[in-house]
Write a protein that binds this ligand. Structure first.
Ligand code: NAD
Ligand code: ZN
Length: 349
């Protein structure tokens, strides 16, 4: 399966399938004088004698978020320069969203930009590898140092997903679910029916592809996030606060945020848009800690949400809510109101 971006220029292809990495990559690397691989440590350990055995001496990045530190950035760029990276070389970044962000940022900045290809290896990275955002973290917060820099291709080999730990599957599935909500009611109904008992990789492929197409739709129409790209933030306002407070994987916290979005949308619309019980049972069945919402501290959550860089007005917090599944709108809710809604949410659980 191939999806092509539709920008005015600098388009790229997203390849999604099982067992495609080596053959697809060969088509691209043939056009470059040399190829440098940046690979997530955990992924390399798992696949060095199989899917990644064709790679000769990669630069190994710390697994996960540790790759997004300043120190890691220094090591990656110095290693590339040590190996003689040049403008007409290709960098291939293999790993989850963290290594994708860090490797993409290194590719964007070394020699003022070298072509790169993303090879995402987590379920969440069906989201993070699309859209051209790259970044590393500062001591002041996540993703504060970065640039927009499009890859030359994304090669999403679903074979990697077989070794994902359970909580990483749940985390990635949170974004798959968000994309289904952004899509339409039928996609949500199908997704829930196909994953009623368990979230198995066998049924996810069409939803992953749908998710990529959905994300792309928003990004193509608003690359720099001045308008509708904000809708991709569905569930993320409270989600980010929960992720920060409870140190849970991003997409798991996003599911808790999506549940609050459903609760709020019902309240704001004044009708039962979402059958909350139905969603709650489904999320809990799969292991999402919805009950955690019962013990949140309203003041603390509001202080954390108030720090969100997407807020515009003082005394209010911006949310993406729904009028129906597939139809979002951005709205600001005053702090006093919001505090009440958070208390109602706790009482309802
Ligand atoms: P991650 O990259 O931290 O990976 C999670 C863990 O899984 C790591 O320990 C990693 O080593 C391991 N792993 C990766 N692939 C594996 C595999 N196939 N088998 C077994 N283990 C594997 O986490 P993530 O959830 O993929 O990405 C989160 C990051 O993505 C965050 O840093 C976030 O800021 C970023 N992100 C970026 C964007 C964007 O638009 N650029 C969007 C969303 C999230
Ligand atoms: Zn997210």
């Amino acid at each position: 399966m191939e999806i092509r971006t539709n920008y005015a220029a600098d388009n790229y292809t997203i390849h999604v399938d099982h067992g495609i990495l080596e053959s697809r990559l060969a088509n691209y690397s043939a056009g470059y004088d040399a190829v440098h691989f940046l690979v997530d440590h955990n992924v390399y350990e798992l696949y060095k004698s199989s899917v990644l055995s064709f790679i000769d001496s990669p630069i190994i990045l710390e697994g996960g978020e540790a790759s997004k530190s300043f120190d890691a950035f220094k090591r990656i760029t110095e290693a590339l320069l040590e190996r003689g990276v040049q403008r007409h070389h290709l960098i291939v970044v293999v790993g989850g969203g963290a290594v994708g962000d860090a490797g993409g940022f290194a590719a964007a900045t070394v020699l003022r930009g070298v072509d790169y290809i993303q090879v995402p290896t987590t379920l969440l990275a069906h989201d993070s590898s699309i859209g051209g955002k790259t970044a590393i973290n500062s001591t002041h917060g996540k993703n504060l140092i970065g640039v927009f820099y499009r890859p030359k291709a994304v090669i999403y080999d679903l074979a990697f997903l077989e070794t994902l730990p359970d909580d990483e599957m749940l985390s990635g599935f949170g974004e798959v679910f968000k994309h289904a909500l952004l899509n339409n009611e039928e996609t949500v109904r199908n997704l829930m029916a196909k994953t009623q008992e368990q979230i198995s990789l066998d049924v996810l492929k069409p939803f992953i592809i749908r998710g990529i197409e959905t994300k792309m739709h928003y990004v193509l129409n608003d690359e720099k996030e001045s308008g509708i790209r904000k809708h991709l933030n569905l569930g993320h306002t409270l989600g980010h606060a929960i992720e920060y407070k409870y140190k849970m994987p991003h997409g798991i916290a996003v599911v808790l945020g999506l549940y609050f979005m459903m609760f709020l949308s019902n309240r704001v619309e004044g009708r039962e848009l979402f059958d909350l019980d139905h969603f709650k049972q489904y999320f809990i069945h799969h292991g999402y800690p919805i009950q955690k919402l019962k013990s949140i501290d309203e003041e603390e959550m509001m202080a954390l949400m108030g720090r969100d860089k997407k807020n515009q007005s003082r005394g209010a917090i911006g949310f993406v809510l729904m009028k129906s599944i597939g139809r979002c709108h951005f709205t600001e809710i005053e702090n006093t109101e919001l505090k009440k809604y958070l208390s109602y949410l706790k009482e309802s659980l």
